[in-house]
Design a protein around this ligand. Structure first.
Ligand SMILES: Nc1ncnc2c1ncn2[C@@H]1O[C@H](COP(=O)(O)OP(=O)(O)O)[C@@H](O)[C@H]1O
Ligand SMILES: O=P(O)(O)OC[C@H]1O[C@](O)(COP(=O)(O)O)[C@@H](O)[C@@H]1O
Length: 316
């Protein structure tokens, strides 16, 4: 069982427009709501591929009914922690040419007591878990110690931990030595404190993270694919999106694909190829939608040893 933990979840609202024009009135062409937040997306992608998962997240009673219905529709088992106002709404403006503009709310002002309530709610699910995945930003008021505490609690129970976050929360989590971190190249650069223009630079920064005690560094690099770095070596894989529609949730699907493959006994190359197929399949879907097996199997991922490739740092 792969447990996901999303301390700052969101209702992901995708509003489709013909073309975004700053300062103008727009008429929405279509509207879609998905249950979101990075851990929720990981659970949705895993559930869509038949992998056992449980999403743990705070949602106040006022939003629990609507959000539960969306999670049920996505086939995701869940445990909601009752923290009023914990669910934010994140808006994606999706233009006809595939350009997406995202506006994320900050989330509920939270206290150390809220953090303790969330971690306590994980205690029972962790007892049946192989992995716990802590994902996304922290709500305002909490510092990076939430994920570091998660790492310590999970390791005390023999559960492996993956963390996908950014900024100070990522650096604090790395210091606690989780089993895997999934930064994108910009998040890794921020942690390293320097730009990472070439694959060799990404590799060097990933090695520094390994030196801190992390077992696997999975670096997502947008259209340049992803790199998986362990003490045994490095793999790089890439896939071309036939028709890119939305990169929202692509990183979450990449991580879900990796965990799914590892849970089925895959080694580094095979797990990375699966991860990249799931990530690129997500890019071919609109808004926050996640792929199922038909979509992820339709993508071809190529493993490449070309670590001297120049990266273009254009995606955010
Ligand atoms: N334009 C793209 N074309 C093909 N694959 C992509 C593209 N953008 C993202 N991906 C795939 O999705 C993965 C995650 O995307 P990325 O944007 O790097 O993550 P994040 O959403 O965490 O920032 C990438 O590693 C890659 O496999
Ligand atoms: O917690 P954050 O960093 O604000 O991100 C939350 C948003 O990220 C998402 O999980 C998508 O993540 P990615 O596009 O990075 O894969 C959305 O579902 C959600 O709206």
């Amino acid at each position: 069982m792969i447990v996901t933990f999303t301390p700052n979840p969101s209702l992901d609202r995708t509003i489709s427009l013909d073309r975004l024009q700053r300062g103008q009135v727009h008429r929405a062409i279509a509207l879609r709501d998905d249950p979101g937040g990075k851990g929720v997306n990981v659970s949705r992608a895993l559930a869509a591929h038949g992998t056992d998962t449980l999403a743990v997240l705070p949602v106040g009673i006022e939003a629990a009914r609507t959000f539960s219905a969306l999670l049920e529709e996505a086939g995701v088992d869940f445990t909601l922690v009752d923290l009023p106002g914990a669910l934010r709404t994140n808006v994606t403006l999706a233009e006809a040419d595939g350009t997406t503009t995202k506006i994320n709310e900050p989330g509920r002002e939270s206290t150390a007591a809220d953090a303790a309530t969330m971690l306590d709610a994980l205690e029972a699910p962790l007892r049946g878990a192989s992995w716990v995945v802590g994902c996304g930003s922290l709500p305002p008021g909490l510092d990076g110690t939430l994920y570091a505490d998660l790492v310590r609690r999970a390791h005390a129970l023999g559960v492996r931990v993956a963390i996908d976050t950014s900024g100070q929360a990522l650096s604090a989590a790395i210091a606690a030595a989780p089993d895997l971190v999934k930064p994108n190249v910009h998040e890794l650069a921020e942690h390293a404190g320097r730009p990472l223009p070439h694959l060799e630079d990404v590799l060097r920064a990933a090695h520094e993270v390994l030196d801190a005690g992390v077992t696997t560094v999975l670096v997502s690099m947008g259209a340049q694919g992803a790199m998986a770095v362990t003490r045994d070596g490095v793999s790089h894989a890439i896939a071309v999106a036939s028709q890119p529609r939305s990169t929202v949730a692509a990183g979450d699907c990449l991580l879900a694909g990796w965990l799914h493959a590892v849970a089925h006994g895959a080694g580094r190359d095979e797990a990375l190829a699966t991860a990249v197929r799931w990530g690129t399949a997500a890019v071919e879907l609109p808004g926050s939608q996640v792929p199922g097996p038909a979509q992820s199997e339709s993508v071809t991922a190529t493993l490449s040893p070309a670590l001297d490739t120049q990266l273009t740092m254009t995606h955010d």
